[in-house]
Design a protein around this ligand. Structure first.
Ligand code: WQD
Length: 344
């Protein structure tokens, strides 16, 4: 990655869960970084954590990507050639209740970034997409060629629309783009200095598990044990957040080094392995040597039964593969939860 070194990357949503982990991996791979975030769903906890882990001061601007003028100032001020765009709203349920909030935020911010990249001749962009674009696929595992199905939430639709915007922007300019379709990101940095910080009641499984284990939530509800899966609960592909962060470094390096085969590419980022909710709950208890209070509850509306990735393309083209075991990932999630509670 010699040519990639000393290149600067703008990370939007850098104070968030995946953004903060990606800052660490970029710095450790030799990149300079600049981060922006509007703290709409975060605070400076993880930015401070990134600085503690890397020993580097992170150039940071508190900016909303929807604010074109403020973003333009960032483009004028910093000499990055690549952007990783994490900044977005991501609560699936809320997006169904407040679709316009999601469309305005997730799409307007991305348009600003792409327009400014073209205006200021910046070259490479990685976009945070999601496995949600596959919907309930009949064929598993899903490959990047598996047809996208109509989104079941406005959140999911913003991911599909932004993928299409990126495809068209790349086709009509010198821009190179990679969309990474994340499966279920979980876990925390091994230092436990950065991790997921959901506000209010968590929607996602692992933060709900760790908060139940720490006594903040009384009981985990397992949403459905009557699916036609081996143990009746839903199956997902849980990807460690540090592994996921590394996929972004590989994607940026691929474009900088000109190794991309097309100017717009898509990669699944998962482990390739499906794990059921009940398996995950059992593993969390075993690995962390604790007992979790949980009950079986009705199915959650909108959940797909089963989804996991075919990761061949990322393995062969990006030279990236998930490394960390699910056990270690679940241990890191618990270590982070305990660290955060100890600070309260
Ligand atoms: C996982 C499994 C639940 C909570 C969503 C988005 C996706 C991505 C990640 C990002 C499911 C079950 C959950 C609980 C449970 N986007 N569950 N009890 O729904 O696969 O993916 O988050 O930000 O785009 O769609 O993730 O963690 O909510 O659920 O039983 O309290 O855990 O039913 O089977 P999901 P999840």
């Amino acid at each position: 990655m010699e040519t990639a070194k000393k290149q600067c990357v703008l990370v939007t949503g850098g104070a968030g869960f995946i953004g903060s982990h990606t800052l660490v991996e970029l710095i450790e791979a030799g990149f300079d970084v600049v981060a922006v975030d509007n703290f709409s769903n975060s605070d400076d906890t993880c930015l401070k954590g990134v600085e503690a882990i890397t020993g580097k001061k992170i150039p940071f601007e508190e900016v909303d990507c929807c604010d074109y003028q403020a973003m333009e100032n960032v483009f004028k001020h910093y000499e990055f050639d690549s952007v990783i765009h994490f900044a977005a709203f991501k609560a699936v349920g809320e997006s169904v209740e407040m679709p316009l909030k999601y469309y305005r935020n997730n799409i307007a911010s991305f348009l600003n970034i792409l327009e400014l990249m073209q205006k200021y001749n910046r070259s490479n962009i990685v976009f945070s997409s999601s496995a949600t674009v596959y919907g309930e696929s009949e064929v598993l595992p899903v490959t990047e060629e598996t047809p996208r199905l109509p989104a079941t939430s406005s959140y999911g639709n913003t991911k599909q629309i932004c993928e299409d915007i990126l495809r068209d922007a790349v086709a009509s300019s010198k821009l190179k783009g990679i969309a990474l379709r994340y499966f279920n990101p979980i876990g925390a940095h091994p230092s436990a200095l950065i991790g997921e910080l959901p506000r209010g009641v968590p929607n996602n499984l692992v933060p709900f598990i760790t908060q139940t284990a720490s006594g903040i939530r009384e009981c985990l509800s397992v949403f459905g044990n009557d699916y036609p899966t081996p143990d009746g609960s839903c199956i997902r592909d849980y990807i460690d957040v540090v592994d996921l962060a590394k996929a972004h470094v590989s994607a940026i390096a691929r474009m900088i080094e000109g190794k991309n085969k097309q100017n717009y590419e898509i990669f699944n980022v998962g482990t390739g392995k499906g794990t059921s909710v009940l398996e995950l709950v059992e593993m969390f208890q075993r690995v962390n040597n604790l007992k979790l209070n949980y009950k079986i509850a009705p199915r959650r509306q909108g959940d797909v039964m089963s989804i996991y990735a075919d990761t061949t393309l990322a393995n062969t083209e990006l030279g990236w593969k998930a490394q960390r075991s699910l056990e270690d990932t679940l241990a890191s999630a618990w270590k982070w939860e305990q660290y955060i509670r100890s600070k309260e």
